[in-house]
Design a protein around this ligand. Structure first.
Ligand code: ATP
Ligand code: MG
Length: 373
């Protein structure tokens, strides 16, 4: 049996990118031999094993045949007589279809190295069309490597467009689609994910709500800035639902997040940012009541883990950010110093205590406006 490093690890190694996860392919072995060597099977009928020490994935060389719709509709044929070349041809892109042996020799039957040099994302074979997930993967790789100058081969883009024309994309689960989207949001050029899906006519099927945002250069530039993926997501939704009246905007955002299985960490920030970004951007013009209302709406006195993310968002979309960046944290610090116990000692309780607290907080906000905080 022969073991090779494959896929992303070989690609990123050649690109000089850091390698985070390593995948291996094993040629000439049976499942029984793998089990004998202590490998743990990933699933009952799936020819993939986990190395007992490293935890890395070792897959038996296999061929794949399409047998149904969607991501699950594949039939595998794994056998000791499947060659390395046969395994590599089922992969999505030529740059992902290279293998390296333990001597560092590279097997590259589909010219992945040439495409790395020419900076092209190119499908390996017409079987590319058998898996709609590949449309998302190509868009995600474009989000990762566009900064290096990568482009998508015209024929590959055509196959993506053909895939998008049918009903294949609808068979992907929302979880799978979100997973690719979230990963793309963390890449260097996340805007390229949307631009690519738009070019492939796939955005209308996957994220129809984001079409206008994906056509808006200002939004694309904003999300390309080096900010947290959650901030990029919030900026996108802000742009997507900018025309919806404020009173209904939250409902749209919640529906989007439900439909696309968005984790709460993304959803909560988007809800806050989309409803308060105008106030945040115009902080210096807010009166004392509006400043206090902003703090209360964002619940910043109780939980301020969103503060730095909200400010990151401001740094990207507001014309002027010095006021909010400096003054909002300063206001929170002063508001936190207010001690309700002192008010209680003065005899305030119940509703009157709440009102006294509000008046004291308002006075602090006014002090900030008057420049005496
Ligand atoms: P990353 O750096 O994001 O991990 P990767 O290329 O290693 O990128 P993986 O999802 O880890 O991506 O998959 C490992 C390899 O398996 C890929 O390089 C590719 O050869 C193959 N592969 C994964 N998913 C698909 C797919 N849907 N269709 C075809 N080949 C795939
Ligand atoms: Mg990988």
């Amino acid at each position: 049996m022969q073991t090779y490093l494959v896929g992303g690890a070989v690609r990123d190694n050649l690109l000089g990118y850091p390698v985070y996860d390593r995948d291996w392919v094993v040629v000439g072995a049976t499942p029984e031999q793998m089990l004998q060597q202590g490998f743990r099977p990933v699933g009952k009928d799936f020819p993939v094993f986990i190395h007992p020490d490293s935890g890395e994935e070792y897959a038996l060389a296999r061929t794949e045949r399409k047998s149904g719709k969607g991501y699950a509709g594949f039939r595998y044929y794994a056998s000791p007589d499947v060659t390395l070349e046969e395994d590599l041809i089922r992969r999505d892109l030529t740059i992902n279809a290279m293998a390296m042996d333990d001597q560092g020799n590279i097997t590259d039957p589909y010219n992945g190295q040439r495409d790395l040099q020419q900076k092209v994302l190119r499908h390996v074979s017409p079987a590319f069309s058998e898996d709609p997930l590949r449309v998302l993967r190509v868009a995600r790789f474009q989000a990762r490597y566009a900064g290096l100058g990568f482009t998508i081969a015209p024929q590959t883009l055509r196959l993506m467009q053909q895939l998008a024309q049918g009903d294949e994309l609808e068979h992907l689960t929302a979880e799978r689609v979100w997973q690719e989207f979230q990963r793309a949001l963390g890449e260097d050029s996340p805007q390229q994910f949307l631009v690519t899906l738009l070019q492939a006519n796939a955005l209308i099927k996957l994220f129809p709500e984001l079409i206008a945002a994906a056509r808006d250069t200002q939004t694309l530039t904003a999300i390309s800035q080096p900010v947290d993926p959650r901030v990029r997501f919030a900026i996108l939704l802000r742009s997507a639902f900018a025309k919806i009246p404020l009173a209904q905007r939250n409902q749209y955002i919640k529906k989007f997040c439900d439909d696309h299985r968005t984790p709460n960490a993304y959803r909560d920030l988007a809800l806050q940012f989309c409803s308060q970004s105008d106030q945040l951007c115009h902080y210096s013009q807010l009166d004392a009541e509006q400043r206090l209302e902003l703090v209360r709406q964002l619940d910043l006195l109780r939980r301020d883990e969103h503060l730095s993310l909200l400010l990151q968002g401001c740094s990207v979309i507001c014309k002027e950010t010095l006021a909010v960046e400096q003054q909002l944290p300063q206001l929170l610090e002063s508001l936190r110093k207010i001690n309700p116990k002192a008010l209680m000692d003065q005899g305030f309780k119940g509703k009157a205590l709440g009102e006294a607290l509000y008046r004291t907080q308002l006075a602090v906000c006014q002090q900030q406006i008057d420049g005496v905080l």
